[in-house]
Structures are given as structure tokens and as C-alpha cells.
Design a protein around this ligand. Structure first.
Ligand SMILES: Cc1cc2nc3c(=O)[nH]c(=O)nc-3n(C[C@H](O)[C@H](O)[C@H](O)COP(=O)(O)OP(=O)(O)OC[C@H]3O[C@@H](n4cnc5c(N)ncnc54)[C@H](O)[C@@H]3O)c2cc1C
Length: 511
């Protein structure tokens, strides 16, 4: 079935739009720290009906979640900001599924699920992000290696379209026609033919690069990762798993080569385990390079209760899911580290030691926080146009070493300071510029473009998990990935569902 009928929302008045500059000013930036945000006002609908009434009556609307976007996608440019934070209802889980409002922060979701022994796996490293925001960006996280990105965990969606109609989408019920179309019948009786783009998406562990497209695709998947441009997610039914017992180990490596070898060995062990042989149930391997560690202040190491490693080292934060025989898993890990010639014992947070695990992940999180603080300091002291300049590339895992070399050359030959960290188990790292001047930012953008071209040539993608947003640089990377024709096919999808360009205008491609 490739046709779906939209339904009307309950009649409601639009929620008030708060135009008080003091209120609006707290919504003018997201985590990308892009300057120059401005908004027409902020509305906080409490129900689907209010979302529909607001969207139907506004000229341009930017739905936002927690504004943790790293792409400027949640930075308003004259839009009415639709804050989803009051869409925060959550049902009790039913089996291995839960219905949650778009405005539920993932940390709140996980706490509620933990009380039922359940867990929602595809959580980005920043767990303050909202359910709706993570669906809109197809967020991925550390544990993508085991669980994949958000997409495959979304079972159903309620979406308000640009004209205020509502779609109830259930995975498996609406799939593209054999000749590549969906049909959406609006309550007005008009039908939109939505073409499925014909570009081929790269075969990588995660991708947040415009509209999902493949033959026979599910209509749910068109909305996951559409970054607010096709509809406002009001709520979702998410798949869950039984809460795993997790062990976290911080492994000190002598440098990049050893870190890559250990990551490869851990991945191989996990694959063997998945095939029924002995091995470790690895869910995540996070990498922190020497440069990233140097940016982190001493007190972050002290809080984590971890000694700062010697210069030149790299750290791996390994997350293992532990079965009944914890001792056997620990022995297997130690054996693997010995055979990779790791000199120091890992720092371990055992299953149940949630605070210990939080401390270790806190060290990992201190890296983006410290780099962002450096960006903010340069912006305040050197030039207001300085902004976060970072890449989000993903490569097929066998190309990881080559990709790190590419990132280093791209920055170093331009004389730039930078740091690299991220999700090594997925081949997805975050090379970030540490800017000292506005010229650094300009050269940093050139480096990001060089990185994009390099990873595309390796069969990877320059837009792994953060999306495209309103960043001109990331929009350029999207064009590098799919070409002008691919972008035109995305625009055709947008025109079919939002002909007036009302929703998140300027996100993914210029309005
Ligand atoms: C420290 C840090 C670590 C991070 N780590 C990761 C990581 O590991 N993996 C990862 O994938 N990302 C990561 N991110 C990026 C960010 O957290 C994700 O992109 C997240 O999914 C954004 O969620 P949000 O609720 O903040 O959405 P926002 O930033 O508010 O919005 C993001 C986009 O989604 C759209 N949107 C938001 N809500 C809705 C809705 N209900 N309906 C339709 N469209 C909507 C917006 O219009 C915007 O285009 C990180 C960010 C930070 C600051």
C-alpha cells in the first residue's frame, strides 16, 4: 500500500505566540553556536491539536527540541519557534514498546524505562536531546555499533503536516510504489504524489544526510531524519530492549595505531559473539585522541578519577554488555587487551556501578564541552563571527586508519589546531577545529570540505549523525554527496508535502 489518508486534528485555537524579546532571546541559538539567530516569537503547544492549529496559521515555523543541534538547524531565522517541550506525555511501556511525546528528553525516557527494566538503545551522547529532535535528525550514539541509529527503533509516528493535517504512520503499513511514489491524500481531498529520490545512499553504519531513499521504502523512514522540513513529529512509538547489564572500561593506548588495532579486535570479538562463537558483547567503542585529551582540563580527569595519560596516548571508552558470567567476560577483555599489548590495566566501572560509568562518560563528554568552551572564548575575545567548525564523517570501518590520517593532514597542512574524538566502532569520528582567529574558521571550513571529498571517495559520507541543518557548509557537503540532481530530488519531496516552504525553511537546502 503506497497511499495514506491524512486526518484532521481536533479543532483548537493556536497557542499564544510569545513575542517578548526576553523570552525569544533564550531560543536564538543551538549547540552549533551560530551567530545571528532571530525569531518572530515562541509558541509552546501542549497538544497535537494546538500544533496543527499553529502550523496551519503560521507562515514559517521552526520546530525545535532541546536545541542541541550541531548544525544550526534549531537556530531560528525569523521563524515562529515551535517549542515541543510541552509535548511531554509518555505512556507506560507496553511490552517492548513505548509511546512518548516529541518533547520527552531521552534522559527522562531512560529513567522511566529503567523502572520497568527496559532500555531505549539509540541514544546520542547528549541525552538531554528530545525524542522528536532525535527522530528528526536520525540521531545515533555510541552504541550504534550494536543497535543502529534511531531510524530502526521508530515503530510509529504522529506527524502534523504543513497544512495542519495529521498523519498516523505505522511501520510496515505504507511503502513506496514499485515505480517510486507515495500518495498522501489530504483532508481537502487533494492528493500529493511524493516521489522517492533515486540517489543511492552510501553503505555506512549511520547517515543523517537529507531524505532517506531506497526502493520499497517505508513512509515512516521519509520522516525520520527529515529535520523538521516535512512535518512536525508530535509523538512516536519506540521499540525497546531489556535493560542490559553494562560494564564500562577506559583503555589507555600508546597512540592511534594501537587504538585502531584494539578497536578492530573488539569489533571482531563482537562479530564472533553475534555469530554464536565466544566473544565480547561490545555495544560501543569511543575514541579520544591525544589532542582532544590535551584540551580537557585537569579537574575533568580528577572528577572521572582517572590519571591523565602520557602525551601521545589515545583513550578508548569501551561499553560491554555482560551476561550471567561477568568474570568470564572480564577475563576475555583482559586477554584481548594483553594480546594487543596494552600496558596499563583499564579503569573499569562494573555492571551496576552507574556512578562510575557516568564518571567515565563524563570524561568523554568533557571533550566537546572543552572544545565548545574554546570556541565560545575565541568568539568572545577575538571575533563574534567565530563559530564551531566540525566534521561528522563516517567511513566503512576498514578505512578508519586512513580516514584519521586524512583528517590530520587536512588540518595540519593549513596550520590549524584541532582535536578528534568520537564513535570509533562505527567509523564515525568528529574532527573539530579549535579556532584562534576568524581566518582559522575559514581555513577550517576548507579542511572540512577536503575531509568530505576524501571520505566520499572511501565509500563513506560527510554527514553521519548530526544532520545538515541551516549550515551552509553542511548543505555544501550534502551537495558533494548527492550532487545537484540529488538535491533537486529532495526539493521535489519537499514541494509535494510543503509547497509553501513553511516548515523549517532553509534547513537541508536554501529556502
Ligand atoms: C554535547 C553533544 C553531544 C552530541 N552527541 C551526539 C551523538 O552522539 N549523536 C548524535 O546523533 N547527535 C549528537 N549531538 C547532536 C544532537 O544532540 C542531536 O542532533 C539531537 O538529535 C538533537 O535533538 P534536539 O532535541 O536537541 O533537537 P533540536 O536541536 O532542537 O532540533 C534538531 C532538528 O530537528 C528538528 N526538530 C526538532 N524537534 C522536532 C519535531 N518534534 N518534529 C520535527 N522536527 C523537529 C529541528 O527543526 C532541527 O532541524 C550532540 C550534541 C551535543 C551538544
Amino acid at each position: 500500500m503506497h497511499r495514506i489518508h491524512a486526518r484532521p486534528a481536533q479543532p483548537a485555537s493556536p497557542p499564544a505566540i510569545d513575542r517578548d524579546p526576553a523570552v525569544v532571546s533564550s531560543f536564538l541559538s543551538d549547540a552549533a553556536l551560530v551567530p545571528g539567530g532571530f525569531g518572530a516569537g515562541v509558541a509552546t503547544p501542549r497538544t497535537e491539536a494546538e500544533v496543527a492549529a499553529l502550523v496551519a496559521s503560521a507562515d514559517r515555523v521552526l520546530p525545535i527540541g532541546a536545541q542541541s543541534s550541531l548544525t544550526g538547524g534549531a537556530t531560528p531565522r525569523g521563524d515562529v519557534v515551535l517549542s515541543t517541550r510541552a509535548l511531554n506525555a509518555m505512556d507506560a511501556p507496553a511490552g517492548y514498546a513505548v509511546r512518548a511525546g516529541a518533547g520527552v528528553p531521552l534522559a527522562t525516557l531512560q529513567r522511566a524505562l529503567a523502572a520497568h527494566g527496559l532500555y531505549y538503545p539509540p541514544v546520542p551522547t547528549y541525552d538531554g536531546a528530545f525524542v522528536g529532535g532525535t527522530i528528526a535528525t536520525n540521531a545515533a550514539g555510541a552504541a550504534t555499533f550494536k543497535y543502529g541509529s534511531t531510524r530502526s527503533w521508530v515503530e510509529a509516528l504522529t506527524v502534523v503536516l504543513a497544512n495542519g493535517d495529521v498523519l498516523d504512520l505505522h511501520r510496515g503499513s505504507v511503502t513506496a510504489s514499485a515505480d517510486g511514489w507515495f500518495e498522501v491524500v489530504f483532508t481537502s481531498g487533494q492528493t500529493a504524489r511524493v516521489p522517492v529520490p533515486s540517489y543511492r545512499m552510501p553503505d555506512v553504519a549511520k547517515l543523517s544526510a537529507g531524505y532517506f531513499a531506497c526502493p520499497d521504502m517505508d513512509l515512516v523512514d521519509l520522516f525520520v531524519g527529515s529535520e523538521g522540513t516535512l512535518g512536525v513529529v508530535v509523538d512516536a512509538v519506540l521499540r525497546l530492549v531489556a535493560r542490559p547489564r553494562v560494564l564500562v572500561a577506559l583503555v589507555t593506548c600508546a597512540g592511534d595505531a594501537q587504538a585502531i588495532a584494539v578497536t578492530g579486535a573488539l569489533r571482531a570479538s563482537a562479530m564472533a559473539r553475534r555469530d554464536g562463537s565466544a566473544g565480547l558483547d561490545v555495544s560501543a567503542i569511543e575514541y579520544m585522541d591525544d589532542r582532544a585529551l590535551r584540551v580537557v582540563p585537569d579537574d575533568a580527569f580528577a572528577r572521572a578519577n582517572v590519571e591523565r595519560p602520557a602525551q601521545g596516548s589515545a583513550l578508548l571508552l569501551v561499553q560491554l554488555e555482560i551476561g550471567a558470567d561477568e568474570g568470564a567476560d572480564m577475563e576475555c577483555l583482559q586477554g584481548l587487551l594483553r594480546s594487543e599489548r596494552i600496558a596499563r590495566d583499564p579503569v573499569v566501572a562494573a555492571p551496576g556501578d552507574d556512578r562510575g560509568a557516568e564518571r567515565l562518560f563524563g570524561l568523554r563528554e568533557a571533550i566537546p564541552a572543552s572544545v565548545n568552551a574554546r570556541v565560545a572564548a575565541a568568539k568572545a575575545a577575538v571575533h563574534p563571527a567565530i563559530e564551531k567548525t566540525a566534521a561528522d564523517p563516517v567511513v566503512p570501518f576498514p578505512r578508519l586508519a586512513e580516514s584519521i590520517a586524512l583528517y590530520r593532514v587536512a588540518f595540519e597542512r593549513r596550520g590549524l589546531d584541532y582535536a578528534i574524538w568520537g564513535h570509533a566502532s562505527d567509523g564515525n569520528l568528529h574532527p573539530n577545529l579549535i579556532p584562534r582567529s576568524l581566518e582559522d574558521v575559514e581555513r577550517g571550513r576548507e579542511a572540512v570540505l577536503e575531509i568530505a571529498r576524501g571520505v566520499i571517495a572511501m565509500g563513506g559520507a560527510p554527514l553521519a549523525e548530526h544532520g545538515v541543518g541551516r549550515s551552509p557548509l553542511k548543505q555544501r557537503l550534502l551537495r558533494e554527496l548527492y550532487g545537484a540532481d540529488g538535491l533537486e530530488q529532495m526539493r521535489a519531496v519537499k514541494r509535494a508535502l510543503d509547497p509553501a516552504g513553511k516548515l523549517a525553511p532553509g534547513v537541508l537546502f536554501p529556502a
